[in-house]
Design a protein around this ligand. Structure first.
Ligand code: GAL
Length: 442
């Protein structure tokens, strides 16, 4: 039986996890894999200036983060002149000259000279969330200005949307409730249009700019974000607390399918080592964000960063999973242990997640309980191994980079409170147990 075009496309997608309608950059690389970098918002808020970014860029190099794959130094909100907003003649946004004495282009030059890239922030509304000039109606001039300055990445926020741009139907990201008809195409919503307008202008620039939609999951962005940008925020703002991490992960447990090459669900910037997160909670946060193929954008200040926190951010094997060149699909939950009905709840998300990489089948066991727990993986329950449950496998610890031995049937490990065991499973000769398998994608 010959393969039809549709089944060939299906096969290509199953193997490579890429969508046919994705926003593929003309340079062939920008945005194919989840972005990696650093952003000022989570730690510095509006308290930013050129020195913060210059020092961070230098630290990225000195601490080995650049070598590990982190490349973007991203300016978030509050970089422009709040009063003057735009040049009366050119209409270009005016950078705050106190914060950025050499302008954004001066900073871009410094960042580029270290082999890194510069990101900027704007908003698909009248003002940014902190009340600075927004880009709605000014997409052409702003895209050209960012390109002229040498900016390589745009995070595009969703505040101060004027009434005439509000959506026809409502959609509640948390509950999924909507008053839209079942077959409504959210790509035709005003929210989608506001984001598309900037994409159209970015595409006209000769300089490739990675496009990150900060749309908080609204207007079912997972259904159209892939055509419009390289990544799209799927939920409200992260905060450095375990409760919030669990809440986001629970949501990701339902929406993991929409990530693939050239288009990634963005589960928000990393809070590793910040707020009230314990070391173990920071490990879980990083491991799951990597597993979900989320952009890995560090929020931790790099000056004085503790070695153990840096160690999390530099974990080679988790980064390799996130940046896998062959398998684009996200890891996904396959077992909810603590909830009788087999679904997630706000305290106990799925503890058992799995995914595939070029190196093998991976297992992420999250201890959501408030006490250390012995966690057991049953091989026959892992979707990629379901037909091979009786075989012996090599289990490898992605945290330590060491093999843990050969196991058949089950594997158990002690997992500290809120920690995550990150494991790789291969055949005894080190080969992939099921190379043609990837998670079912949309
Ligand atoms: C929020 C956004 C945050 C940060 C903040 C700046 O809307 O989700 O990541 O950019 O605005 O004001």
């Amino acid at each position: 039986m010959g393969l039809t075009t549709a089944s060939l496309l299906g096969l290509a997608f199953a193997l490579y996890g890429s969508r046919v309608d994705a926003l593929v950059s003309t340079d062939g690389t920008t945005g194919r894999l989840p972005a990696m970098g650093w952003n000022s918002w989570n730690n510095f808020g509006c308290n930013i200036n050129a020195s913060v970014f210059e020092a961070t860029a230098q630290k990225m190099v000195d601490l080995g983060l650049k070598d590990a794959g982190y490349e973007y130094i991203n300016i978030d909100d509050c970089w422009s002149d709040k009063q003057r907003q735009r040049d009366p003649t050119t209409r270009e946004i005016i950078p705050d000259s106190k914060k950025f004495p050499n302008g954004i282009s001066g900073l871009a030059d410094k960042v580029h000279s270290l082999g890194l890239k510069l990101g900027i922030y704007s908003d698909a509304g009248m003002l940014t969330c902190a009340g600075y000039a927004g880009s709605l109606g000014f997409e052409a001039v702003d895209a050209a200005t960012f390109a002229k300055w040498g900016v390589d990445y745009l995070k595009y926020d969703n505040c101060y949307v004027p009434g005439n741009w509000s959506d026809k139907y409502s959609y509640d990201v948390g509950t999924g409730q909507t008053n839209a008809p079942f077959d409504y195409d959210w790509a035709t919503s005003n929210t989608s249009s506001r984001y598309q307008r900037m994409d159209v202008e970015l595409q006209k620039q000769s300089h490739t700019i990675q496009y990150s939609l900060c749309v908080w999951g609204e207007a079912h962005v997972e259904r159209w974000g892939n055509r419009t940008g390289h990544s799209w925020r799927m939920y409200g703002d992260i905060s450095p607390t375990w409760t919030r991490i669990i809440e986001i992960l629970n949501h990701a447990g339902s929406f993991w399918k929409t990530s693939g090459f050239w288009g990634h669900n963005d589960w928000d910037m990393l809070e590793v080592g910040l707020g009230t997160l314990t070391y173990e909670e920071s490990r879980s946060h990083f491991a799951l964000w990597a597993a979900l193929k989320s952009p890995l954008i560090i929020g931790t200040p790099l000056g004085g960063i503790k070695d153990d926190i840096l160690g999390i951010l530099l974990n080679r094997e988790l980064i390799d999973f996130n940046q896998d060149p062959v398998y684009g699909a996200s890891a996904f939950p396959y077992k909810w242990l603590l909830n009788a009905n087999g679904t997630s709840d706000s305290t106990h998300l799925a503890q058992y997640w799995t995914g595939a990489s070029v190196k093998g089948i991976h297992l992420f066991m999250v201890n959501t309980e408030d006490r250390p727990v012995k966690m057991t993986a049953v091989f026959s329950e892992i979707p990629a191994l379901s037909g091979q449950g009786g075989e012996k496998f090599v289990l490898h610890d992605m945290w330590t980079g060491k093999d843990l031995g050969q196991f058949s049937g089950t594997f158990s490990i002690d997992v500290k409170t809120h920690d995550t065991a990150a494991l790789r499973i291969t055949k005894l000769d080190g080969t992939h147990p099921n190379p043609s398998w990837t998670p079912p994608a949309v």
